[in-house]
Design a protein. Sequence first.
Length: 79
Amino acid sequence: MKVYRWVVTHLNKDGERMLAGPCQGLATYRTKREAEVHIRAMMKNNSRATLTSLYGLPLEPRKVECWPGHFDPKGVYAP
């Protein structure tokens, strides 16, 4: 059975979309809306300069395949 969850992603230095958080189930979301709420909170609570120093913007929610049960993403790159 395939399981999909939503994650927050950013662009790495090579222009690839990858996880902006840990590759763990605790950093995944049941819905796209939940991931978007997390992105809005990140944007509100951090300066653009801080976010740019850590991530390749823009941050985006993406659906990724996860392991059943604990919801750890199966990889760090997102489609």
